[in-house]
Design a protein around this ligand. Structure first.
Ligand SMILES: *Cc1c(COP(=O)(O)O)cnc(C)c1O
Length: 461
């Protein structure tokens, strides 16, 4: 399997290249040259199958000869052995046509573990085969960082630098990152927003000589391997339902929901993908008004979605343009220059709307939703999942199974939950333990030369 860039100027790459590089050298995002299609009979056979076996069926379509079948199987088994739910991503009823797809049973209690646990392992194997070291630098709005650290901490020949916006992640999220005991983990609290952190990481990648010198790479959701790994639970969830479902996805960087588009392009019948955003509603405005325009990032109760630039949207734009790399390049340049892109009303926009719809809600609605669902069902949703539950309410699709992607355990966000229902959720022992561990982090201003200096000094140490 070959991979191409959404900007059309990068050489074709294989799975190992894509895994290790993250971003394509022309600044674009990798996608398969053509989507592998899984036959309907095989998709039907996923009903009742083990999660790990579906993961192998999906991921082996992409890996080519980068990994043998035995290697891939072994890494998948190992990746999901640390999950506390035996079926990895359980689908549970929420009343009526609604279901929760619980994606928070991994080591850091958020859905990002599902992709990063496998990505980290494949990364280490690929690096060993190729030789050399890698420096991973990631910007995080909270959950990517801890999931990356849980997946990569302690691995040989890899250093991990994680930038989080100072004071804008929850205490639990911060502790999950800063209490890592591993010497190859470096936490940075950055003065600024998540978008500042992401822009800084992008600028670091643009410094070609430095990037090459330290073998810089990304495990952000721009890494296609994460998308591929996340597409698996769309298959396992749909397999348990009588009709093609509508998936409602709490959305920030557009990675998780694009994994739904990926599943659909691989042949999975999906009735729709609902983009659920908080007050950072760039994606809702893009779909509903046809203008993709960044605003100022707002601090909300669902901080992992406090994002104004949805990096993975470039992949959806590329697909919706009929894989027109020249148009995509032009569009992304225009957006990066003007912070605004008008989506073509006679082609790209209507094509996006055949699969996607979008709803935004604010913090007051998030709290009211947590409260209402707790009263009705006894279940406590985390604020990100609540944003999706609210979006589901805003649209009606009678008789259609609805699947809300539940992206975090409520115990990661005790303050929001307490505000909503008057008491905090029960804290799993693995999270409670973090309170007593020492934290390790560095404070940096939003400044590229200083970041470079910091990375060099840590790598030299
Ligand atoms: C990262 C994250 C999201 C957003 O996912 P994207 O792939 O960035 O759209 C939603 N909820 C939680 C809890 C997250 O950690």
């Amino acid at each position: 399997m070959n991979f191409i860039s959404t900007r059309g100027q990068a050489p074709k790459a294989n799975f190992a290249d894509v895994l290790l590089a993250g971003l394509a050298p022309d600044g674009g995002l990798y996608l398969p040259e053509s989507w592998p299609v899984i036959p309907a009979a095989e998709i039907a056979s996923f009903k009742g199958a083990r999660y790990q076996d579906v993961a192998f069926a999906v991921l082996s379509r992409f890996t080519g000869d980068a990994f043998s079948a035995d290697e891939l199987k072994a890494e998948i088994e190992s990746a999901y052995s640390g999950f506390e739910a035996p079926d990895i991503a359980p689908l549970t009823p929420l009343g009526g046509d609604a279901h929760l797809l619980e994606l928070f049973h991994g080591p850091t209690f958020a859905f990002k573990d599902i992709a990063l646990q496998i990505l980290g392992r494949l990364f280490a194997v690929a690096l060993k085969k190729r030789g050399g070291r890698a420096t991973i630098v990631a910007a995080t709005s909270g959950d990517t960082g801890s999931a990356a650290i849980a997946a990569l901490g302690g691995l040989e020949n890899i250093d991990v630098f994680v930038l989080h916006p100072k004071g804008r992640v929850s205490d639990v999220q911060r502790r999950q990152m800063t209490t890592s005991p591993h010497a190859n983990v470096h936490n940075i609290a950055l003065e600024g927003t998540f978008d500042d952190a992401q822009a800084l990481v992008k600028a670091l990648f643009a410094e070609k000589d430095f990037a090459k010198e330290i073998s810089l790479t990304a495990v952000n959701s721009i890494n296609f391997v994460r998308i591929a790994a996340q597409s698996v639970y769309y298959f396992t969830a749909a397999a348990q339902l009588a009709k093609p479902p509508i998936f409602v996805v709490p959305t920030g960087n557009f990675g998780d929901i694009f994994a739904g588009e990926a599943a659909s392009r691989m042949g999975l019948p999906i009735a729709g993908l609902v983009i659920a955003t908080n007050a950072n509603d760039i994606m809702a405005r893009a779909l509903n008004k046809g203008v993709y325009q960044a605003g100022d990032a707002r601090h909300t109760l669902s901080p992992s979605m406090d994002i104004q630039v949805a990096s993975n949207f470039e992949r959806a734009l590329f697909e919706a343009s009929g894989r027109d790399a020249a148009w995509t390049t032009h569009a992304m340049n225009e957006f990066s220059r003007d912070k605004k892109l008008v989506l073509p009303h006679n082609s790209v926009l209507p094509r996006l709307r055949t699969l996607y719809s979008a709803f935004a809600s604010d913090d007051a609605q998030t709290l009211a939703t947590i409260k209402r669902i707790h009263a009705q069902t006894g279940r406590i949703l985390d604020p990100h999942t609540a944003v999706a539950a609210k979006a589901m309410e805003m649209d009606t699709f009678p008789g259609r199974p609805m699947v809300i992607l539940s992206t975090a355990h409520p115990a990661k966000f005790p303050d929001a939950v307490t505000r909503a229902i008057g008491h905090p959720p029960q804290v799993p022992p693995a999270l409670a333990r973090l309170e007593n561990l020492p934290e390790k982090l560095e404070f940096l201003p939003n400044n590229l030369p200083l970041l470079r200096q910091f990375i060099s000094s840590r790598l030299a140490a």
